[in-house]
Ligand binder design. Structure first.
Ligand code: ADP
Length: 907
């Protein structure tokens, strides 16, 4: 918008300036005079005077000075300089005609005057009637001299037409008069000096002459002066009547008369302009011959002439002033427009500057507000970070204190457990429980140690106690602890080391053990069964060793890889098997040795951790390095496939499915439940879901945080599957916060129990949940109509819909004796045993019992409300033999159908 305005103003200025400077078109007229006598000067003055009246006309007059060459050059000059029209008085018709012809044919208009050309190669011709002039001169001579006339004639250049015509006119008259004789004539070539000589000669020849007729005034004056010198009384006539020459000479009585040869320069210019402006003009224009000028009128003509000159000078003066004013006016106009344009430009610039200023001001305000907001955010962030650090520190302090406090009770648990273990009369079961307890005491020990080490490191109090040790031997020993786990999970655990090198160096053994243990146990934690874990020890240069731990597990994404060495960082926020400080501590311990730790990994492609340690030596040695960390059976996730083989199946007991990734916990729960239930187990949600669908247990107990599929997802899927939807799910978790509980209920969990749990509470929750399942049976038992048992159940419940559908099939086919459990199961899209367990769980009765009960209820209803015979009722409810019908009826209702009928009739 601003730019457009600016450009508009600029364009207007350009237009103003250009229009002020532009020059209108001017007609350029070139005038070529053959010579510069007074007659021609008069004519030139007339032309210039006429041109003064037109602003659009520019006239340039050149005189050839009686030279043909000069005149040709002048004409060429006009052509070369682009003159619009050329006005020519040819010096010599013969010499000048070719150039005039060329110009005329070249397209430039030519006006010929005074003297003619050969042929008609001109646009217009203006001449005077020279014949008539000659005649006037002769007649005037007759009038002047009463007696016989003896005349001599001095002609103009006899090649020029005026001279020829003046000669002809004069002779026409004198030839007609008897006493008028022209004694002789000579060519004076229009020039006084030539005429003087010629007159002298003629006077010599004809001494009695009494009249001189000269073709122009100059020649007449020259002849008169010769005659006077000789003392002759002769009348002298001239032609042209140029004021300063001819008329003056008449007035001064030097000559007797002269004849006005009209100049009419203004007419000549008008003709030229008419041609240029395409207006009508006369091609041949002859000016009539003028009056004689003699003593009677010479004075007045001279006076008039001088007046004219004076007026012309005044007009010229006025004209030049007007021109000056006009020029000034033009300059002022241009200045005026320039001032307007500059003002507009200034206004535009001021407008733009003001706008920019305000915009700047606004931007600055916005920026300031933004900055204020940013610094406020920054302050809040700083405050938050401070609070976070404080809270983390106080948490760490708390953990450290708790860890310290835990050590004593842990020792007090561990020692009695050791002692108990030494007892020989323990049952297998008790030994098993003891092992679980010992394993978990070890885990707690390790965690407490890690936290304390970490705290020491953070406080800068973790000290290095290097001893000289053989790292390759140590690693080999440490890895042994992982072998059983590797075997159970079919993981290939390899240790490669180049035996040619020596790996003795100064290290703090327990600390490096923790590092290696951490890396290897992470490799196990984050790799599936059948994976490969490689540990390699090598030299890097002469002064470093490199420990590489690589696995083919799930790997680490680029986003996470930058953070895994940060404390408490865990890729899975729900990870039951980690604390998030393992790698932080490992890094700290390696750096304490002046070493470094790096990781390379890609999601899904395994991970490789590299530890570089500098080779230094010390004289400190320690005889043996017993591993300080024991790998308890359950410190790492175990194989997905839980071992159910020991379970002996008792068909009278309900089935409970325990899903937990912690094997100890699974085993403990199995111990607790084994007396009252058949227990099956799964190590993760996916396995749990498969087993729930396969066995249709009476209860599922599930941990929330599990690998592969968590407990809540498994619960959600169990509840959405028709064959398992009825199974109650009890969720066991270490998270006891209310919102997590709500999450569990949203997923359809029927109960929630927090770890660590009380044995009795746990068992009673299990029993309650199994008992509650019998609600449908109860509902159907109390239903007034046997065919609508589902009517009392909540709508939309998968189980209610399932049961309603079963009842619908039974009701529709009640008279069909072939309707059996297989038929019903297949029509419900379930396997026979799944259908059996589902119906049993929902109704506490087997499908066969359910079917029979409904047949009997329908039968009693028919007996009560219709007149049908007993055998009709028997067949109508799908019994094929009346005797069997009677027996079943009595077993169900305590009386036979006939008893019922007779009781009814008795009433
Ligand atoms: P944690 O106790 O959770 O294992 P660590 O500090 O040992 O804590 O590890 C931090 C995180 O780094 C882990 O939660 C895990 O996501 C990731 N991680 C460590 N080692 C591996 C590995 N070998 N493969 C994949 N992820 C790993």
């Amino acid at each position: 918008m601003a730019k457009t305005l600016f450009y508009t103003i600029l364009a207007s200025i350009c237009i103003f300036v250009l229009s002020a400077c532009s020059d209108e078109h001017k007609f350029r007229i070139g005038v070529s005079q053959c010579s510069d006598d007074t007659w021609r000067s008069k004519m030139n003055a007339e032309i210039e005077r006429e041109a003064l009246l037109r602003d659009d006309v520019e006239v340039e007059i050149r005189s050839a000075g009686d030279s043909n060459e000069k005149q040709i050059a002048d004409i060429q000059y006009f052509v070369d300089n682009g003159f619009d029209i050329i006005i020519v008085s040819p010096n010599d018709a013969q010499a000048i005609t070719p150039i005039i012809k060329k110009v005329y044919e070249g397209g430039t208009p030519v006006v010929v005057f005074d003297r003619g050309v050969i042929g008609d190669c001109y646009t217009s011709f203006q001449g005077s009637d020279n014949v008539d002039l000659g005649r006037s001169a002769a007649k005037y001579a007759r009038h002047l001299i009463k007696g016989p006339i003896r005349a001599i004639e001095i002609t103009g250049l006899m090649n020029s037409t005026p001279a020829q015509n003046r000669y002809r006119g004069f002779h026409q008259v004198c030839d007609s008069m008897p006493d008028f004789h022209v004694l002789g004539s000579a060519d004076g070539r229009w020039l006084g000096a030539v005429a003087e000589q010629k007159a002298d000669s003629l006077f010599d020849l004809f001494p009695d002459v009494n009249l001189v007729y000269a073709h122009n005034d100059n020649m007449a004056i020259a002849a008169s002066q010769v005659a006077r010198r000789r003392g002759l009384d002769i009348k002298v006539l001239g032609i042209d009547a140029a004021p300063e020459v001819g008329i003056q000479a008449v007035r001064d009585s030097i000559i007797d008369a002269t004849f006005l040869y009209p100049t009419e320069g203004h007419l000549l210019l008008r003709t030229a302009l008419n041609i240029l402006e395409n207006k009508p003009f006369e091609r041949q224009y002859m000016l009539p011959a003028g009056e004689a000028v003699d003593q009677s009128n010479a004075e007045i003509l001279l006076f008039q002439y001088r007046q004219l000159i004076e007026s012309t000078a005044k007009v010229q003066e006025l004209k030049s002033r007007v021109d000056q004013y006009w020029e000034r006016h033009n300059i002022q106009t241009a200045l005026f427009y320039a001032v307007i344009a500059i003002s507009l430009l200034l206004i535009g610039v001021i407008f733009l500057l003001t706008r920019a200023f305000w915009q700047n001001q606004r931007n600055r305000q916005v920026l300031e507000a933004h900055n204020r907001l940013l610094s406020e955010q920054h302050r809040q962030e700083k405050e938050f970070n401070l609070r976070l650090t404080e809270s983390t520190n106080s948490k760490l302090r708390f953990f450290t204190n708790v860890s310290h406090d835990l050590r004593t009770p842990l020792t007090l648990i561990a020692e009695p457990l050791e002692m108990l273990d030494d007892e020989h009369n323990l049952s297998e079961n008790q030994q098993h429980l003891l092992k679980i307890a010992r394993n978990n005491v070890d885990i707690l020990h390790r965690l407490v140690d890690e936290i304390l080490d970490f705290r020491r490191y953070e406080n800068g109090k973790l000290q290095l106690h290097p001893v000289e040790a053989d790292l390759s031997q140590l690693i080999a020993t440490w890895l042994e602890a992982f072998r059983p786990l590797a075997k159970r999970r079919s993981i290939a655990l390899n240790f490669t080391v180049n035996p040619d090198f020596d790996y003795s160096l100064a290290i703090d053994v327990p600390k490096i053990e923790r590092v290696v243990f951490n890396l290897v146990s992470n490799a196990f934690k984050y790799s599936p069964d059948h994976a490969h874990i490689d540990v390699a020890l090598s030299h890097r240069g002469a002064d470093q060793v490199l420990i590489k731990v690589s696995d083919t597990g799930r790997g680490i994404s680029p986003d996470d890889i930058q953070n895994i060495f940060e404390r408490f960082y865990q890729v899975d926020k729900v990870n039951a098997n980690g604390s998030g400080i393992g790698l932080t501590l490992a890094k700290a311990l390696v750096e304490l040795h002046d070493g470094s730790i790096m990781v390379e990994s890609q999601s899904g492609q395994g991970a490789t951790f590299s530890v570089v340690l500098p080779i230094t030596h010390t004289s400190n040695t320690e005889p043996s390095h017993e591993p300080t960390i024991t790998l308890s059976d359950n410190s790492l996730p175990d194989s997905d496939i839980a071992d159910d083989s020991q379970a002996s199946f008792d068909p009278d007991k309900p089935i409970v499915l325990v899903v937990d990734d912690n094997m100890d916990l699974r085993l403990l729960m199995r111990e607790l439940l084994a007396n009252d239930y058949n227990v099956i187990m799964a190590a993760n949600g996916r396995d749990g879901l498969a087993k729930a669908t396969r066995y249709i247990p009476d209860l599922v107990i599930a941990d929330v945080m599990m690998p592969v599929m968590d407990g809540l997802e498994m619960c959600r899927q169990i509840k959405n599957e028709i064959s398992t939807s009825h199974i109650p799910v009890l969720v066991v978790t270490a998270c006891s916060m209310d919102e997590q509980r709500a999450g569990g209920y949203e997923a359809g969990a029927d109960g929630y129990i927090a770890k660590p749990f009380n044995r009795k509470l746990f068992l009673s929750r299990c029993r309650n949940l199994i008992d509650n399942r019998k609600r449908i049976t109860a509902a159907s038992d109390h239903a007034p109509e046997a065919e609508r048992p589902a009517a009392t159940l909540p709508q939309g419940d998968i189980d209610s819909e399932f049961f309603a559908r079963v009842m619908e099939i039974i009701n529709a086919e009640i008279a069909n004796p072939d309707l059996n459990v297989d038929e019903l199961a297949s029509r419900m899209g379930l396997g026979r045993s799944q259908f059996y367990r589902k119906i049993k769980a929902l109704t506490n009765a087997s499908p066969v019992e359910l079917l029979r009960k409904h047949r009997l209820r329908r039968a009693r209803h028919l007996l009560n409300t219709t007149e049908q015979s007993i055998s009709e009722v028997c067949y109508a409810t799908g019994f094929s033999a009346p005797a069997y019908f009677s027996k079943c009826f009595r077993d169900e209702f305590g009386e036979t159908p006939s008893d019922l009928r007779s009781r009814l009739q008795g009433h």
